[in-house]
Design a protein. Structure first.
Length: 587
């Protein structure tokens, strides 16, 4: 770029886009970088149904590109689905309190909603006239097939609902179930309504009796009817001379669209039922799901048959490499400055020409990301802010921006995993006390990790948090082997979320979940396993490359007073263990 003929000036509003795809239309559509995950998830021939990735990986951007590129497309608004009606239903809460598994009902709910939405989209149903016309089409197609006639009966029953809102459909289905349950267990439900603790007073025998009676109603009957409907829709499309592709899109499962008490159960039911829609060849249902939400669904599932491996064929994981992310940044830089200055082809290297620690500036910055578009966009924007009124971004601007960027990423990490791993706010700072690099042997020192275990136990984290569950188990048993298990589990979880890299063998390189194996089994870890806190967190925790000795870092004092202070700490720790054990017993 000829700086003399066309000098750029970095202004206060100079940004290469917003953090979230919903508010980034201009850059998103003008600078979109094609990713293999998009073509895979968009293909009706592909088994992939779920677009899975970390926050900021580009899930919503890809969903929006599918909408932009396809005319026959409907995005379901979860907030319009009235799922809160289910969460607030006294009858549903009573069924949950007596341990009735509502998974089949939730599956039926999703299947019904998706079938209605597909019919509405496929036949352009906008009113009652369109609805009746659609039923006539199916009636002409069914002829003498008994299974199809049964499906037609179901659709005829709901004919008037093809053109009404989703929330009305959901309320009606739920109300029908409530009526049946009310007729069977009306007296008990009244007692439940008038006494908040009634369900806890029921004996296990009574609970089992009521649960058995309810299960006769909450069964697979509607699911069976909906399977026939899916067969009818599939065969109708197979007979079509000119089939066109249709898309049903679901995004924002990670937001608060329904009460936490049933959110993950509803998501699990969606995962279970969605596979059956693949029989409709010209329909592609695409669901965006955040990695931590998927982990929470798996954690909350009591069914041992619900395993990640079982569903791998249906999940499209979004993984970015350096070249793709460099293209993201370069396209946005070029678009930004061409728009402002009407120049031709301004690249990242024109605006960021200065090396940082003998490294290319973009490589230096990418080393401090989890290889996601949002990470690098945020970092670049922070650098541009620091370079306001300059003609280029200098080395010191990048280093100054890194401090704020690091804090932003740490907070984002906490927020991203607060549902699946709430103990992260305690565990990650503990690991950072050991400096940039450490080993499992170092963090497993009894006198230090017991403090971590006590802090976790005292914070009241739920048992769905795997680290909290293991910490509580150690307090109850206080077995030496379990303390190492807590340390290994913490390393495994921190690796999974990308906060650390690990090296299990001296001759190997450090590996990270966002570019290598997504998870590491605790059996693969040993005392010599090396731990590296990710560079994006170094500034947030004020970690210099070479820190003080282990004893000084962890304890804050030397060997002279070590024995006395460990004695004091041990006695205090014993009292805290007794208190924690009492609290766990009471709970």
């Amino acid at each position: 770029m000829g700086k003399k003929s066309n000098p750029i000036v970095i202004r206060s509003d100079t940004r290469i886009g917003n953090n979230h795809a919903e508010a980034d239309d201009e850059f998103l559509f003008q600078c979109f970088v094609d990713h293999p995950a998009l073509s895979e998830i968009s293909s009706t021939n592909s088994s992939k149904l779920f677009l899975c990735g970390r926050t900021g990986a580009g899930k919503t951007a890809m969903i929006r590109m599918i909408q932009k590129n396809n005319a026959n497309c409907t995005a379901l608004n979860l907030e319009d689905m009235a799922m809160s009606y289910i969460a607030n239903s006294d009858i549903m809460r009573f069924l949950s309190a007596i341990d009735v598994d509502l998974d089949l009902f939730f599956q039926a709910l999703w299947k019904h909603v998706l079938c209605i939405e597909y019919i509405r989209l496929r036949f352009n149903v906008r009113n009652e006239v369109d609805s009746k016309s659609t039923i006539r089409r199916f009636a002409e197609f069914v002829t003498q097939d008994a299974r199809k006639r049964k499906a037609l009966e179901y659709l005829t029953t709901w004919e008037s609902k093809f053109w009404v809102t989703m929330d009305e459909n959901i309320r009606e289905i739920t109300s029908k179930l409530e009526e049946k349950i009310g007729a069977e267990l009306g007296v008990e439900i009244q007692k439940f309504r008038s006494n908040a603790g009634y369900a806890r007073t029921l004996s296990s025998e009574k609970k089992a009796n009521y649960s058995q009676r309810a299960k006769k109603i909450v069964n697979a009957e509607q699911l069976g009817e909906l399977s026939k409907v899916l067969d009818l829709l599939a065969s109708y499309e197979d007979s079509s001379k000119y089939p066109s592709n249709h898309f049903l899109l679901i995004d924002k499962l990670d937001e608060k669209w329904v009460d936490e008490s049933i959110r993950f159960k509803l998501i699990r039911a969606l995962i279970e039922c969605l596979r059956s829609f693949r029989k409709i060849k010209n329909l592609k249902t695409v669901v965006s799901i955040r990695s931590d939400v998927l982990e929470r669904v798996i954690q909350e599932s009591d069914d041992v048959g619900f395993q990640r491996e079982k569903y791998d064929d249906y999940f499209q994981r979004i993984v970015w490499n350096r070249e793709q992310l460099k293209e993201v940044v370069d396209k946005r830089i070029n678009y930004l400055f061409r728009r402002k200055y009407n120049s031709s082809h301004i690249h990242f290297s024109d605006v960021f020409p200065n090396a940082v620690q003998q490294k290319d500036p973009l490589d230096y910055m990418l080393d401090r990301t989890l290889m996601r578009p949002r990470d690098i966009i945020v970092f670049v924007n922070e650098c541009l802010e620091k370079a306001e009124e300059k003609n280029e971004v200098f080395r010191k601007d990048i280093l100054n921006a890194e401090g704020e960027y690091s804090q932003i990423r740490l907070q984002a990490l906490y927020e991203e995993w607060q549902s699946a791993l709430p103990s992260l706010k305690v565990v990650l700072p503990f690991f950072a006390r050991f400096g940039e690099r450490s080993t499992i042997d170092e963090i497993s020192v009894k006198e230090t990790i017991e403090d971590l275990i006590l802090e976790i136990a005292g914070s009241g984290f739920p048992e769905t948090d795997p680290i909290a569950r293991e910490a509580n188990a150690y307090i109850k048993a206080q077995e030496g082997g379990k303390i190492v298990l807590v340390a290994k589990l913490a390393v495994s979880e921190l690796y999974r979320i990308g906060a650390i890299g690990i090296k299990t063998q001296a001759h190997e390189r450090y590996i990270y979940s966002y570019k290598d194996a997504p998870v590491v089994r605790i059996e693969a870890l040993n005392g010599r396993t090396k731990i590296h806190v990710h560079p994006m967190l170094h500034h947030a925790f004020d970690l210099p490359p070479a820190g003080p000795s282990f004893i000084t870092r962890v304890c804050g004092f030397g060997f002279d007073s070590l024995r006395f202070r460990f004695g004091q700490a041990r006695r205090a720790r014993s009292r805290r263990f007794a208190q924690a054990l009492g609290a766990l017993a009471a709970a």
